[in-house]
Design a protein around this ligand. Structure first.
Ligand SMILES: [Zn+2]
Length: 147
């Protein structure tokens, strides 16, 4: 299994993500899913009528992040590309803590490791995390949930 096949196999079992959004005009640096971002925009427009036109739904596309984003409202995982710094930070977490023990946690591990391995430079850490990621892949390449 090469790195592209491993990436695809991880993505197939990874926790679902929603597109990353943010609220233009709020400038608070928070990440949201679309539904929560829309609710925040509505709220801000209603409570800050003077600046209501400044608050807009923004995002909806992947962008580089220093960590894997989750929605500030509902906690959903959001899709993003890790920067090299972000990949190294998330890699350090896995090298120290290993994989989750729960099925749900392992789906999140697959999501994170897929992004880490897509952006981590070659080296000992990458080899260790690749071996770790391989243990997440079921032997037949499929899960009960399937895709
Ligand atoms: Zn949300």
């Amino acid at each position: 299994m090469d790195r592209y096949e491993l990436g695809a196999a991880l993505d197939a079992i990874a926790a679902p993500t929603k597109p990353l959004h943010w609220v233009g005009g709020a400038d608070d640096g928070r990440d949201w899913c679309r539904d929560c971002a829309r609710a925040v925009v509505r709220h801000l427009r209603r409570h800050d009528r003077k600046n209501r036109d400044d608050y807009v739904l923004d995002g909806g596309w992947r962008r580089e992040q220093d960590s894997m984003p989750t929605c500030s409202g509902c906690g959903a995982h959001l899709s993003a590309d890790l920067t090299r710094y972000g990949a190294e930070e998330e890699a350090a977490y896995y090298l120290e803590n290993g994989l989750s023990n729960t099925l749900e946690g392992r789906a999140v591990d697959a999501l994170y490791l897929s992004e880490i391995l897509a952006n981590l430079p070659d080296g000992e850490d990458r080899d260790t995390l690749t071996a770790m990621a391989m243990t997440l892949i079921p032997p037949d390449g499929k899960t009960e949930a399937g895709r």
